[in-house]
Structure formats: C-alpha cells, structure tokens
Design a protein around this ligand. Structure first.
Ligand SMILES: [Zn+2]
Ligand SMILES: [Zn+2]
Length: 481
C-alpha cells in the first residue's frame, strides 16, 4: 500500500494514500450521528438492566453486547481468559490499538423498578446499582461509532471492546490482562456511571478481599456443649479483633464484611462459619500491612476456640493510576459534548428521588448535570479492577451523570436511574466523549505519546505486582451462596 506522511502535532503519522483527514465538521457529524443512534443503545442498556446478572453469571448480558458488536462487523472472540462471559471484540487494523473496557455485572440485592420510591422488581434479586448496564453499552456505542468514521475516512488503527465480567469483586480484568489480551494496546479508555460529568484524575482504593472459613465440632448446644467447638465463636472473635484493629490503622482504611454462614440451628453448636471481608486503602503497601493483621485476627479466633481456619482470597485490585495527558484530553472532549438538561418528567423524578438521599458532605445540586466538573486529584472511596489495568497501560477515566446528583453508589436509587432516561442521557454523554477521545488518539500520534509519557512518569519508582497469585483461577463461583 502506498503511504503518505502527514504532520500531526509534533509526531509523524503514516497514512494510506486514500485516507482523508478528520476535520472539525467530521467531529460535529460524529456527535450528530451518535445522537440519532442513542435511542437504540438506550434500549440495549435497558435489556441488560432487566437481565441484572451478577459477576461471572452475565451470560445474557455478555451475549447481547457480543451480538451488537458482531452485527456492527466487529470480530468477536468469546470465552477468553477461561471466563465464559469475557470477550474481545476487534475492528480495524494496525496501530494505534485503542481498547475500551466494557462492564455488565449487577449487584446482589439491589433489584428496583425505574421509579423514585423503593420498589424492588424482584424482592432480594440483583440490580444494576453501579450502572454497569450503561457502562458496557456506552463502551460498545463509542467503539462502533468511532470505527464507522475511521472506516469512512480509510484511516488506520484498531479499536477493541473488552467485555470484562465481574468488576464487582471478581476481578475479570486481572485475568484478561494476565492472558495477554491487552498486550498490544496503546491506550485504554474507560468510563463509569456517577452523579457528575467529570474527567478522572483521581485515584481509587486498592482492595484485598477474602472468605475466611472456620471448622469446629458440632454438638447438642444444651446437652453437651462441652463436646462442641464453635466455628461461629471463632468468627465472632475474628470480627471483634477486626473491630478493635480499626483504631490502630490509618484512618483512611476501609474494612467491611458480611457473615455468609453462621450455623444452621441455635441448638447445634455450629461446626462451620464463613465471613467475607474486604479491606481497602489507596496505597497497596499500607493495605498489605493491614491485611496481614486481619489474617492474625482470624488465626486468633481459630486458636482461641480450637477450630481450624482457612482463607480463600477472592480478589485483590490496585488503586487506579491517574494519567495526566488522558485526563486533559478527556476533559477537553467532555466539555465539547457538554452536560444535559432534564425534561419536566425527569426533573420531577430527580426531585422525588433526592428526598430519599441521606445527608451528604459534598452534595451536588440537581441541575449540575448540565455542566462539567473540572478533573480533580484525590482519592475516591471505591475500588475497581481497572486499577490493575492502569498500572500496566495508559488508562483514562471519566464519570458521567447517569445518576441524579447526590445519588449514593450501590443503592436502589442508582438502580432506578440506570434503568430510565437519566441513565441513558449520561451514557450517551460518556459514549460521545469516548468516541471523540478515541478519534483524537487515532489521528494524532502525539496524544498517544503523551499518554505513554504520563504513564511512565506516574509509574516510575513504584512496584506493581498483583496480589492475586499467578496460578489463581478466576473465582467463577464467588457469588454462589
Ligand atoms: Zn460498583
Ligand atoms: Zn461500578
């Protein structure tokens, strides 16, 4: 193929002779085309919202996304990294390779109708309280849209959508990266649903989580308690130890747990118990220290009660590594796309929903979704397996106001927003921002270079080693009861 060489920023870009440059009018047209397709992708996000499948069980959700990408001409490989619901969808050829991460898992217990009052669709069932139905579809929407424009202009470059299961504690991305699926990617683009429009420059919390199991001896709890060794006592001692530990660890640490098994009947000394516990801190070495002390609490519980303890590490993710160049690029593009207004109906929904919000230290008012917040350094008190990707490749971040400003994360309120038009509007904003950003990266090698330089600068002097053992298999059944 004949090539010409064009100047783009400070770097040289080799283009096929037939390639056409991208002009301002092309960007405007891209956004208009996306507006015209937003309803279609909104409907797809609603289908996945209704599926509400939890981590590693997202069979229908992953299939719906794969079918959409296949229909758009992407080459799709399903079941990658030994995960049935993981996939890679690729289109185009050559460099650069831009990857967009797509999530689609729901959260246990957050089922909710798309109404502003607490009303589960199915009592106790999962719901999209983190908006991952929007996240996955928004990623596909962006990738298909930018690919169409690249193809029309005969521009080189490869766009990929990574279908990454089980973000909520299953760590799908860790296993996909480990399988080498991202090894030739130049830049990774991500977004996440939230209550504001903002390019991401902050970090998140590293997270280590595990299930601790205790095994004792059953006995009649009244007739022969002396013959029993209580696995529940061991668990309660561990939990008490953890509660006391809170005073003597860095204040920004987060520890939370649930008791998943505490015995079968009060009149039988429990011979089995299980606690599922998370610990988080933005600095992994600090978290390592906290974690080793939590393990000691578990050992102490077993020692004091003559029971046995075993630990199954479920997952561990890193804090995210911000990327200054990508944060600036995404900020430029989200400002170009701009925020959005509510209809009268959406405004009424938002006002009613807001009455259910707990008091917040940093509330954003309804109406703030019409604007864009400046990127901010700092720590957000959440964790994501994007963290591990961001330590391996330049990775962007973006939040879009899919939830009414002030909506708590992982709540029935966010599930409600994720299933209705406010969620869809935020998703379209994110998809358009990602498409523009991908376009910049495809057409300006200086931007790819800057992303790499920002990555190298932030990464320098830090060690990255996943806390998930190299031989660990994806915890495909971690949501099983
Ligand atoms: Zn979440
Ligand atoms: Zn999430």
């Amino acid at each position: 193929m004949k090539t010409i060489v064009a100047f783009s920023g400070a770097a040289l870009l080799s283009l096929p002779a037939s390639a056409q440059p991208i002009r301002e009018a092309d960007r405007t047209k891209l956004l208009q085309t996306m507006d015209a397709k937003a309803a279609h992708y909104g409907d797809l996000s609603r289908r996945i919202w209704e599926f509400s499948e939890v981590g590693y069980k997202e069979t229908q959700s992953a299939a719906a996304l794969r079918e959409e990408l296949e229909a758009a001409g992407f080459e799709v490989t399903a079941g990658v990294a030994a995960i049935p619901t993981a996939f890679v969808a690729s289109s185009g050829s050559g460099k650069p390779v831009i990857g967009i991460l797509a999530e689609f898992d729901a959260l246990p217990g957050l089922s909710q109708f798309d109404v502003p009052d607490r009303k589960p669709r199915v009592e106790g069932a999962p719901g999209h309280g983190c908006g991952h139905n929007l996240l996955g579809v928004g990623a596909a929407f962006a990738a298909i849209s930018v690919r169409d424009l690249l193809a029309e202009k005969k521009l080189p470059g490869t766009i990929r959508v990574y279908g990454t299961p089980a973000e909520e504690g299953g760590g799908g991305k860790i296993y996909m990266a480990r399988a080498g699926l991202l090894s030739d990617v130049d830049v990774v683009l991500t977004w996440h649903p939230g209550d504001r429009n903002q390019s991401g420059l902050g970090t998140t919390l590293a997270n280590i989580n595990a299930k601790f199991r205790f095994r004792g001896q059953p006995a009649h709890a009244a007739a022969s308690p002396d013959k029993g060794r209580s696995a529940l006592d061991a668990l309660l001692l561990m939990a008490h130890g953890v509660e006391l530990l809170r005073e003597h660890i860095p204040a920004e640490t987060r520890i939370h747990y649930i008791i998943t098994k505490g015995g079968e009947a009060p009149n039988v000394v429990p011979d089995f118990s299980e606690i599922y516990i998370y610990a988080r801190h933005s600095h992994m070495p600090t978290l390592d220290d906290v974690w080793s002390r939590i393990v000691k609490c578990a050992e102490a519980g077993a020692l004091a009660t003559s029971t046995r303890m075993e630990m199954e590490l479920v997952n561990s993710v890193y804090n995210t590594l911000p990327n200054d160049a990508l944060a600036a690029l995404v900020d430029k593009n989200v400002r170009r796309v701009g925020g959005f207004k509510y209809t009268a109906e959406e405004q009424a929904f938002a006002e009613r929903l807001a009455r259910s919000f707990p008091p917040s230290q940093d509330p954003l008012p309804i109406g703030s979704q019409e604007g864009v917040q400046a990127p901010r350094e700092g720590v957000s008190s959440s964790s994501t397996d994007v963290g591990d990707v961001s330590w391996q490749l330049p990775t962007s971040a973006l939040t879009a106001a899919t939830f009414v400003p002030g909506t708590p994360g992982h709540s029935w309120q966010s599930t409600a927003c994720a299933g209705m038009t406010i969620g869809r509007k935020g998703m379209a904003l994110a998809a358009k921002t990602l498409a523009l950003t991908a376009l910049d990266l495809f057409t300006d090698p200086a931007q790819v270079k800057a992303a790499r330089e920002s990555f190298d600068k932030r990464r320098a002097g830090h060690d990255y080693r996943s806390r998930v053992p190299a031989d660990q298999k994806p915890p495909l059944t971690y949501r099983d009861k």
